[in-house]
Design a protein around this ligand. Structure first.
Ligand SMILES: C[S@@+](CC[C@H](N)C(=O)[O-])C[C@H]1O[C@@H](n2cnc3c(N)ncnc32)[C@H](O)[C@@H]1O
Length: 171
């Protein structure tokens, strides 16, 4: 069911969805391992899709911000304990006042919305709302180099993902 919903979202808007299939369990576990090392605060996942990463971090009760309404219905069924907001990540970040750590599941490579998303993350970081951020990318370059974080590091590469993905951490 969730794979079908994901492919439907991809066909509706390929550049916004960014991938034809959800992320692998290996990628989700890599995020969960890293999360154990980070300060415990409110975790927000931007662009959770069908919850391929969310299922590995659901124990932290992340807030889920997903733009696609049908995918929000899938998420609500899968993760009844999570708060789900059906809205654009940019609007969410502009109005967010609760300090949080961010997991960005929206692929930015080839994403026409990238400048708006990066600028919203930057602004939320400068306001002190975002304390750390993790993102995966299918490219080799730092995907958030313009977001103004003091520290940035590629922490892991996950080859068993389609396409292979690189995880970056920022604070
Ligand atoms: C590649 S999918 C990632 C899904 C899942 N986390 C995974 O790893 O398989 C990207 C998701 O980001 C969502 N998305 C794209 N732009 C968004 C935006 N501006 N605000 C919120 N969600 C967005 C898409 O609808 C899609 O579900």
């Amino acid at each position: 069911m969730s794979k079908k919903a994901f492919i439907k979202a991809y066909l509706k808007n390929p550049s916004r969805t960014g991938s034809v299939i959800p992320s692998s369990d290996r990628l989700g576990k890599a995020f969960a391992d890293q999360l154990e090392l980070l300060p415990v605060n409110r975790i927000v996942e931007l662009g959770p899709g069908t919850g391929a990463l969310t299922k590995h971090i659901a124990g932290s009760s992340p807030k889920l911000v997903e733009i696609d309404r049908e995918l929000c219905n899938v998420l609500a069924n899968r993760f009844p304990g999570c708060i789900i907001e059906n809205r654009c990540a940019v609007e969410f970040l502009k109005e967010c006042h609760e300090p949080c750590g961010l997991i960005v599941s929206i692929p930015l490579i080839n994403n026409p919305e990238k400048p708006r998303i990066v600028s919203a993350i930057r602004e939320a970081y400068l306001r002190g709302v975002v304390s750390w951020c993790m993102i995966f990318t299918y490219g080799l370059a730092d995907p958030l180099k313009d977001a103004g974080f003091k520290k940035s590091k590629k922490i892991r590469s996950v080859i068993l993902n389609i396409p292979p993905a690189h995880i970056w951490h920022y604070e």
